[in-house]
Design a protein around this ligand. Structure first.
Ligand code: C2O
Ligand code: CU
Length: 470
């Protein structure tokens, strides 16, 4: 018994399972009879939020930014009653979960958008442990305050850290300098005023601040706090601290470091990686990384520098009294940060060795001047679907033929980066200008799924396609 209707006259909804028999069978197979049921109410509404010295009028889940974390265990059934008090239609996409297709939150593809005043009952088995998150899949809503962590614990592998914190990185535009994301998106699509922007396009950012840096937008935040009043992670000296990092930014890749500390990357997008210890890590939009460090004694800036924008978001790691200067330069940030090139999924979590049955080119095109972002030369919805048959392995050869960063995200599946020394499983991958990756995907979750650039503005300006499971 799954799902509920959206009819406001019948808020309890007539319970219905997935209409598609293949989707229904996959969901039944996933669900353990003994599964715990976790129920959550999620109210999307207009709210005033204090970002640490800056108050903004925005849209949020429940009045806070980020919204309240949802925490479940792998195998649980999650039931979320979404109440839409926004002045616009909305949905929720559960970023990183291989869930039942009709709960994936893409309007027209997976469900009808939920009208203002309406509600929708999401219900699905949560199959995948790891650091995930959720956000709407409608227009530019993600670039308001509508996002929150979805942490799925692995009952078989709780980890051996002492302290855990979730850090959500974001570039904040809404209600700064009279801006809002929907207007920004419309302006970009109409054709951008390129003055002052050409020289900056290599940095992977479209929405730069004022020309002389005098207009302070976007703001950069960690857990909804600017550097003026940073979020603090409290620990004791010597403790093992797990930081779950989520980049919720619409338009910003971050270079992450912790002053005075190395850290060890232990997972990405819900998959463990062979541990790599580093000073700094590059995190694309939509990507997640779990890192572990041994806390020193003192107060240490945690810094996420916005690539190409020369500004930063910050938090503090505190194990003793004292001041942390979150604006100071960090030696950890000098030099090349760790990227996916250094990371490998352990053998236990890799796809089986196998040749692909079907290969699709995924050529990423477009430029800032036209603001047409394309896949294989076309803009969504005109991009031919990337098709695959049940049980097949598809190889997606993703090439970035532009000068911008494109964090590519696949719904409902993970891919494995092939053709490099160590295979790496992910669901979101930052593809830098000129880069090419071969991504192997096993068609194991029936339905129609989005694959798109998680630069929100690129995705909404055409860089989206369907991964179509036939
Ligand atoms: Cu987090 Cu289709 O997106
Ligand atoms: Cu992009």
């Amino acid at each position: 018994i799954t799902g509920c209707g959206t009819d406001p006259a019948d808020p309890a909804g007539e319970a219905v399972g997935p209409a598609d028999p293949a989707v229904a069978a996959a969901e039944t197979a996933r669900r353990a009879p003994s599964a715990r049921v976790v129920e959550v109410e999620l109210v999307a509404r207009e709210s005033t939020v204090d970002l640490g010295g800056t108050k903004v009028r925005t849209w949020s889940y429940g009045g806070t930014v980020p919204g309240a974390e949802i925490r479940v265990k792998a195998g649980d059934v999650l039931k979320v009653r979404l109440v839409n008090e926004l002045p616009a239609e909305t949905t929720v996409h559960w970023h990183g979960l291989a869930l039942r297709n009709d709960m994936d939150g893409v309007p027209h593809l997976n469900q009808d958008a939920v009208p203002p005043g309406g509600e929708f009952h999401y219900e699905f088995t949560v199959p995948d442990a790891g650091t995930h998150w959720f956000h709407p899949h409608v227009g530019a809503q993600l670039d308001r305050g509508l996002y929150a962590p979805l942490i799925v614990e692995d009952p078989a592998n709780p980890g051996d850290h002492d302290v855990e914190a979730v850090l959500v990185l974001d570039d904040w535009l809404d209600d700064i300098d009279g801006r809002d994301p929907d207007t920004q998106l419309a302006t970009l699509k109409e054709g951008m005023d390129m003055a002052g922007h050409e020289g900056m396009t290599m940095f992977g950012s479209d929405l730069l601040g004022g020309d002389a840096g005098d207009v302070d937008h976007p703001l950069f935040v960690i857990n909804g706090r600017t550097t003026a009043d940073p979020f603090t992670v409290n620990a004791k000296p010597g403790q093992q601290v797990l930081l779950r990092l989520i980049n919720a930014g619409a338009d910003t890749a971050f270079r992450f470091a912790v002053a005075g500390h190395e850290f060890t990357v232990v997972a990405t997008d819900g998959y463990p990686v062979e541990p790599v210890t580093t000073d700094a890590l590059l995190i694309g939009m939509g990507e997640r990384y779990d890192v572990v460090l041994t806390a020193g004694k003192g107060a240490f800036p945690i810094v996420a520098v916005a690539e190409g924008k020369e500004k930063r978001a910050a938090a503090i790691l505190r194990t003793a009294p004292g001041r942390a200067d979150v604006t100071a330069g960090l030696p950890e940030l000098i030099g090349r940060p760790t990227t996916v090139d250094e990371l490998t999924t352990p053998a236990s979590h890799r796809l089986a060795e196998r040749e692909p049955d079907v290969t699709h080119e995924v050529l990423l095109g477009g430029d800032m001047a036209s603001y047409r972002w394309t896949i294989n030369g076309a803009q969504h919805p005109d991009v031919p679907p990337l098709t695959v048959h049940e049980g097949q392995r598809a190889r997606l050869v993703v090439k970035n033929a532009t000068t911008m960063f494109h964090p590519m995200h696949l719904h409902g599946h993970t891919f494995q980066i092939a053709g490099k020394a160590g295979p790496l499983r992910k669901d979101t991958l930052l593809v830098l200008p000129g880069q090419e990756f071969a991504l192997d995907v096993d068609a194991v979750n029936p339905g129609q799924w989005m694959i798109h650039c998680h630069n929100l503005y690129h995705g909404e300006a055409g860089m989206m396609a369907t991964f179509s499971y036939l």
